[in-house]
Design a protein around this ligand. Structure first.
Ligand code: HEM
Length: 542
């Protein structure tokens, strides 16, 4: 998933830069102390005491001149923001370089941002670095401004892939890819591989699945590129705005990065161009051929060099950049989010053997007779405890702990504070999911807490928002939920999952790795023991 935030690791010699900026800051602080604008100090954005709350920016830590609070968010920003909220309250004001920012850490404030002021906070930050990383203009979904184009791209994806009818029709694709995953895990266990990195295996499954939905052919290494790895690169770059996006005077420092970022996009472009060229060739050879995939919906709308298109008057015509941008962002959003949620799920079950036993018992009771068969979606629907397990994983380990940041498009009021236009806005769903005042024993993995409750993850209950909410809610939600259920259910059904030799559930490392998506610091390794012969699996394809 492309989650822009403030990772400093890709800045040039970040330590030197920060040191230089800190020294410069000390000089400037004496020159600018008396600059007060709109009741707020230009340096720290601290509220002037005499102003009423509604006229003030939310409270937050003192910010350095020039860099503001950038240094604070360099590592695991969602954790830092949670800690700050304990000091300053559930809405925190920050300044990142010259960019004002807020972070909200309570369900009621999340609701204000994502629902009450949905249209004000409906845009994403338009960082300049994206001009080179992504396709130019409003060509995709994630970073496209709320516009006719955004609506058209999003609608095309939803209507082609995510409606209940499409999902039902395409269940066989998900089952084939889950079967492929089981086959790969089985093959490795047969070869005596000591421990399997389950996150990597599931990321490949997600990449293959999404490629099939896009172009009808499963593939995770198109043109020799390892798709999950390439997406990871884009994710990392998207996670850190250019320094010029936050401190415009230093935008020259981004020049070196621009080249690197463009090279990554070019690599992705080679993959997408070849997929599209293949399809166009097939269509040229057989004009009657029809495919049940996203390209089939996108390509007929392509505007030809002479300005014509096969799109009807009511259909939005698309440029080649829009077609590529939409596919790129869909792949980027879907591959690692699903994989890391499964990985955390397996890790939590191994760490909490009682929950694993309860899940296994449920599976024995509900689908016990299916030994030697795949668990299908109709089975998953009956597995209530599994649904609770998935919610509990999403509560503790939302794939995007700060969602994908928003940018306010006009001044408005949140939590009684004045939020100016163009304020970068984070909703800390990770902190909300771990808030002791909302959840009993919040840090414990206890799927039972959801039993008999109606709490869902689809943006109605603001205490658990792994997919966001409002008009920008994840459009891949139904596909993701289906894949999470199928993957976890089949892995547990087909294998006894054990920890590698020398590891125990008590000592398992459950820390997060630096970054803005919730990756595990130490990948989850499993030793799978097949529970029955696996001859029922579909024949695997490369
Ligand atoms: C467990 C899996 C997933 C999780 C946890 C997840 C989570 C999210 C979150 C938190 C957002 C931002 C929502 C907001 O700003 O309110 C988002 C947006 C998005 N997701 Fe997902 N996602 C997952 C899987 C997928 C899949 C499988 C796809 C597509 C195949 C997908 C496509 C997208 C797109 C296109 C957006 C941008 C929507 C927009 O800006 O209008 N996601 N996702």
């Amino acid at each position: 998933m492309f989650v822009p935030c403030l990772e400093m690791e890709s800045f040039p010699d970040a330590d030197i830069l920060l040191f230089a900026l800190a020294v410069l800051s000390l000089i400037i602080i004496f020159c600018t102390r008396n600059l007060i604008i709109s009741g707020r100090c230009t340096l720290c954005l601290a509220p002037a005491d005499k102003k009423s709350k509604v006229e003030r920016f939310p409270p937050g830590p003192w910010s350095w001149p020039i860099i503001g609070n950038m240094h604070l968010l360099a590592n695991l920003p969602h954790q830092v923001i949670r800690d700050l909220s304990r000091q300053y309250g559930p809405i925190i004001g920050l300044r990142l370089g010259q960019q004002p920012a807020i972070a909200v850490c309570s369900p009621s404030l999340a609701k204000e941002v994502l629902m009450t002021h949905d249209s004000v906070f409906g845009n994403r930050p338009a960082f300049k670095i994206y001009d080179n990383l992504l396709y130019p203009g409003d060509s995709g979904i994630i970073f496209t401004t709320l516009s006719r184009e955004w609506r058209a791209h999003r609608k095309l994806c939803v209507m082609s892939l995510m409606t209940p009818k499409c999902l039902q029709r395409m269940e066989y694709i998900r089952l084939e890819e889950v079967s492929n995953l089981l086959g790969a895990v089985y093959a490795e266990s047969e070869q005596g591989v000591q421990a399997i990195n389950i996150g990597t295996c599931v990321a490949r499954t997600s990449a293959r699945l999404l490629m099939r939905l896009v172009q009808s052919e499963a593939c995770f290494s198109p043109g020799g590129e390892d798709l999950p790895q390439l997406i990871r690169l884009i994710e990392q770059e998207a996670a850190s705005p250019g320094i010029g996006d936050l401190i415009p005077a230093l935008s020259w420092l981004d020049l070196w990065r621009t080249r690197r970022v463009r090279a990554i996009r070019n690599r992705f472009d080679v993959v997408l161009s070849s997929i599209i060229a293949n399809r166009m060739n097939s269509m040229a050879e057989n004009s009657q051929a029809s495919y049940d995939d996203l390209l089939q919906s996108l390509l007929p709308r392509l505007v030809q060099p002479n300005g014509t298109t096969q799109a009807s008057v009511s259909e939005e015509p698309l440029t080649m950049d829009e077609i590529k941008g939409t596919i790129m962002e869909l792949l980027g959003a879907g591959v690692h989010t699903t994989a890391l949620t499964v990985e955390w799920g397996i890790a939590e079950l191994l760490k909490n053997p009682k929950c694993l036993m309860r899940l296994r018992q449920e599976m024995e009771d509900v689908v016990g007779e299916k030994k030697g068969q795949l668990i299908v979606e109709a089975d998953v629907k009956k597995l209530r405890y599994l649904t609770c397990v998935i919610k509990e994983v999403a509560r503790l380990h939302p794939a995007a702990p700060l969602l994908i940041p928003r940018m306010s498009s006009q001044e408005c009021e949140v939590g009684g504070y004045k939020i100016p236009s163009k304020t970068l806005t984070f909703v800390n769903v990770w902190a909300i999911g771990r808030d002791e005042s909302i959840w009993e024993n919040a840090l414990e993995f206890r799927p039972e807490r959801f039993e008999g409750k109606e709490t869902d993850m689809v943006g109605h209950h603001y205490e658990i928002l792994p997919f966001g909410a409002g008009r920008r809610i994840c459009p891949g939600l139904p596909l993701a939920v289906s894949m999470l259920g199928l993957t976890l259910a089949n892995l547990i059904h087909c294998f006894d999952l054990q920890l590698p030799h020398g590891q125990s559930s008590d000592t398992m490392n459950m820390e997060e790795r630096k970054g803005v998506t919730s990756n595990k610091a130490v990948p989850t390794a499993i030793v799978p023991k097949p529970r029955f012969p696996m001859d029922f699996l579909y024949p695997t394809s490369a």
